[in-house]
Design a protein around this ligand. Structure first.
Ligand SMILES: [Zn+2]
Length: 620
C-alpha cells in the first residue's frame, strides 16, 4: 500500500510537470475597501498565444475540502495589451475559465473583485482584515503550485498595520510589496491587518527561530494580553521544542484576530497560523477557557499536518481533490495535543482540562449516529460534513474525527505508558514521527502503515488492530479507555460542567444533552435532539421552538426549574412547541433532573492523567 500510493504520486507529478514550465505572476491587491467587505485585485499571468484556461483555487489546504469561494469572485475583466479578452466558464468545472490568447500576446492582466463573506461570516470588518491569498489569485490550469512564482503587493487602508510570515521587499506608505515566493508558499502565508495592531515576542532575544504573536483587534483594549498568558505562550514554544525536538520553519507567526465581527476559526500553515478568536479572549475567563487550545492546536499543525502529512492531502495544485481518510491523525492527534498543551502551558487549569475532557467523552458517548456511521466515515466524508445544517447533527455525526481522535490518541498514550512501565508515551511517538531534522518548511508524507510502524518502534503492540477497531466501530459508546487506563472515570451529576457553563455564558445555548437529550437556545429554538433520549421519545425535533414549559413561557431558568420540579413527581414535562405554523404540546417523561459530566478518580488505579499534562520544559 505504501509503495502503490508513492508510485501514484510520482506518476501524477510527472504528468503535471510536463504541462507547463515555471512562470512568474504579479499580484497587486487593493484592500482599502476591506471595511466594505470587498477586495480588488489584478494578477498578471504569462501566457502563450492560443487557447488557455485559468483556474481559481478550489481545494484549500487545511480545509481539506473544495471550499475556494468561487461564488465570491466578481468583476472579472481579462485584458491583453489593453484589449478586453472574452472568457467563458467551463460547463462542468466552475473554477475554470477558458479564453483565446491573441497572437503576439505574452501576458494577461486579470482584474477582479472578491467579496470577503466566507461560510456566513466575513473575513474583514471596519477595523480588521484576514487576507487569504488563495481567494485572490488565478493561475494557468495544469501547472504545479511550486512552478508559479508570485510577487505580491497589497495596499491597506490608511493607518492599518499588518502581520504575516512573508518577507517584505519594500514598503511605501500603506503599500507593501513582498519578496517573490511560490504560489504554494504565498497561500501558506496569510496576512492579517488592522487599525489596532500589536506584536509580542515569544522568543528570547538572539534565539532562533523567532516566534511572535501578531494581533489585530476591533479596539486597542483587546490587545492587552495578560502577563500570565504571555508566559503560557512562551511556555508553549518551549514545550513544543521538548516535545518534537525539531522545528520545520525559519520563523513562526501566530496571527491572531480578536473580533466578533469576523469569523472565529483557525487555519494552520508551516510558518504561521491564522487564528480568529473572541474579542474578549484575554479578559473574559469563559472565552479564555473555550479558546485556550486554539493557538496550541494550530501551532501543533506545523509538525502534524504541514510537515508530516497524509499522502492523500498533498496536492500538486489546488484543483486536485484531497483524501480525508487519515484526518483522525492530522486533526485528531492535533486535537489531542491542542488540549494537552493547553494544560501543560497553564492556558487551562487542571480542572478546566478535566472538565473539557469529560464533556468531550460524554458528548461522543451520546452521539446516536455512531451506531450507523463509524468514525472512519466522518473523516472520509469531510468534503460534505461541513456543508450540513446543524439540525439532526447528533444523528448525522459531525467532524467527530477531531474529538474522538483526541480520545483515541489518549488511549494510545495510555497503552504506550502501560506497556513501557511509564518509560515512554505518545511524546516519544511525536518526536520520532514529527521531529526529524530542523530546517525550512518541507512535507514528508505518510499512510496508515507508516503510523502503525512508528508506533511499533515506540513499543510493540497490535496497533493496526486497535486503530482499525476504533475507526470502524459502530458501538454506541465512545472509546474512553484512555481516561479509564489513566485512573479516572466519567460520571454524571447535577453540578454544572465548567466547559459547558462557559459555552452557555459565551453562546446562547442551553445544553441538556445528558438529561432531556436536547440543545436549546435561550429563545427556545431547538438546535438538536438526541435519538434515544427523552425529548426524542416525546416527539421533539430540531427546528421547533419551545414556547412554554408546563404552561409557563420558556426561558432557560423556567426550563431548569421545571426539570428540578419533575424530580418530585410522576407527571411528564409538557413542552408547548411551535413547528413552523403549527403548535403542539409534547409530553416528555423524564424525572432525572439536570445532568452534567465530570471526571472522578478511580482510586483502584494510579493517576496517570495528571502525569500526561505535566510540562516537559522547565519554567512553569
Ligand atoms: Zn486542525
Amino acid at each position: 500500500m505504501r509503495t502503490a500510493s508513492f508510485l501514484a504520486f510520482i506518476v501524477l507529478l510527472a504528468t503535471v510537470s510536463f504541462a507547463q514550465g515555471p512562470i512568474h505572476e504579479q499580484l497587486s491587491i487593493d484592500a482599502t475597501d476591506a471595511p466594505r467587505n470587498i477586495i480588488h485585485s489584478v494578477v498578471t499571468i504569462p501566457v502563450a498565444p492560443g487557447p488557455t484556461t485559468l483556474v481559481y483555487p478550489k481545494w484549500i489546504p487545511g480545509n481539506h475540502r473544495p471550499t475556494g469561494p468561487i461564488q465570491n469572485l466578481t468583476g472579472i475583466h481579462v485584458k491583453a495589451a489593453g484589449q478586453e479578452i472574452p472568457w467563458q466558464r467551463d460547463l462542468e468545472d466552475m473554477y475554470a475559465f477558458h479564453l483565446q490568447v491573441p497572437a503576439g500576446v505574452k501576458e494577461l492582466q486579470v482584474a477582479f473583485d472578491t467579496i470577503t463573506y466566507y461560510e456566513k461570516r466575513s473575513l474583514s470588518s471596519t477595523k480588521v482584515l484576514d487576507l487569504v491569498w488563495n481567494q485572490e489569485v488565478l493561475y494557468p490550469q495544469g501547472i504545479g503550485i511550486d512552478d508559479v512564482q508570485i510577487t505580491a503587493s497589497v495596499r491597506l487602508p490608511e493607518g492599518w498595520k499588518f502581520g504575516t510570515a512573508l518577507d517584505v521587499a519594500h514598503q511605501s506608505g500603506n503599500t507593501v510589496e513582498f519578496a517573490p515566493v511560490t504560489l504554494n508558499r504565498l497561500v501558506d502565508s496569510p496576512l492579517i491587518a488592522g487599525l489596532y495592531y500589536r506584536q509580542v515576542q515569544l522568543t528570547p532575544p538572539g534565539e532562533k527561530p523567532v516566534h511572535v504573536i501578531d494581533m489585530v483587534a476591533e479596539s486597542p483594549d483587546e490587545l492587552e494580553i495578560t502577563d500570565k498568558d504571555l508566559a503560557s505562550y512562551k511556555q508553549l514554544v518551549a514545550e513544543t521544542g521538548k516535545l518534537f525536538g525539531a522545528r520545520h520553519y525559519e520563523k513562526y507567526h501566530f496571527l491572531l484576530t480578536l473580533s466578533d465581527e469576523t469569523a472565529h476559526h483557525g487555519l494552520e500553515h508551516h510558518e504561521s497560523s491564522d487564528n480568529g478568536a473572541a474579542e474578549d479572549m484575554f479578559e473574559n475567563p469563559n472565552s479564555h477557557n473555550l479558546e485556550a487550545d486554539l493557538l496550541p492546536h494550530e501551532f501543533t499543525h506545523s509538525w502534524n499536518g504541514k510537515y508530516r502529512r497524509p499522502a492523500g492531502l498533498v496536492h500538486l495544485n489546488y484543483q486536485q481533490p484531497m483524501h480525508g481518510d487519515l484526518l483522525w491523525v492530522y486533526e485528531g492527534m492535533t486535537d489531542y495535543w491542542g488540549n494537552i498543551l493547553a494544560a501543560r502551558t497553564g492556558l487551562r487549569s487542571p480542572e478546566q482540562f478535566r472538565e473539557n475532557l469529560a464533556y468531550t467523552a460524554a458528548m461522543l458517548d451520546h452521539r446516536a449516529g455512531r451506531t450507523w456511521r463509524p468514525l472512519q466515515d466522518t473523516a472520509t466524508s469531510v468534503q460534505i460534513l461541513f456543508a450540513a445544517a446543524p439540525e439532526w447533527q447528533n444523528w448525522r455525526r459531525s467532524a467527530d474525527y477531531y474529538p474522538e481522535g483526541y480520545l483515541i490518541w489518549l488511549e494510545v498514550d495510555s497503552i504506550i505508558r502501560r506497556q513501557t512501565a511509564g518509560k515512554k508515551s505518545l511524546d516519544d511517538f511525536c518526536r520520532l514521527f514529527e521531529g526529524g531534522q530542523s530546517g525550512p518548511p518541507k512535507v514528508v508524507t505518510y499512510n496508515f502503515d507508516d503510523v502503525v510502524s512508528a508506533l511499533n518502534q515506540v513499543t510493540p503492540y497490535d496497533w493496526a488492530k486497535l486503530l482499525r477497531d476504533r475507526l470502524d466501530s459502530k458501538s454506541p459508546h465512545a472509546p474512553v479507555g484512555g481516561i479509564e487506563n489513566d485512573g479516572w472515570k466519567v460520571i454524571y451529576n447535577d453540578k454544572k460542567n465548567v466547559t459547558m457553563e462557559a459555552a452557555e455564558k459565551v453562546g446562547d445555548s442551553l445544553d441538556l444533552s445528558f438529561s432531556l437529550g436536547i440543545i436549546v437556545t435561550k429563545k427556545g429554538e431547538v438546535r438538536d435532539v438526541i435519538p434515544g433520549m427523552p425529548a426524542y421519545a416525546g416527539g421533539l425535533a430540531p427546528g421547533m421552538t419551545i414556547v412554554a414549559v408546563n404552561g409557563r413561557k420558556y426561558s432557560k431558568d423556567v426550563m431548569r426549574a421545571e426539570l428540578h420540579l419533575a424530580m418530585q413527581n410522576q407527571k411528564p414535562i409538557a413542552l408547548l412547541c411551535e413547528n413552523a405554523d403549527y403548535y403542539s404540546t409534547y409530553n416528555v417523561d423524564y424525572h432525572g433532573g439536570e445532568k452534567y459530566p465530570h471526571l472522578v478518580r478511580d482510586q483502584a488505579k494510579p493517576d496517570v492523567l495528571s502525569t500526561v499534562v505535566k510540562p516537559l520544559a522547565a519554567g512553569q
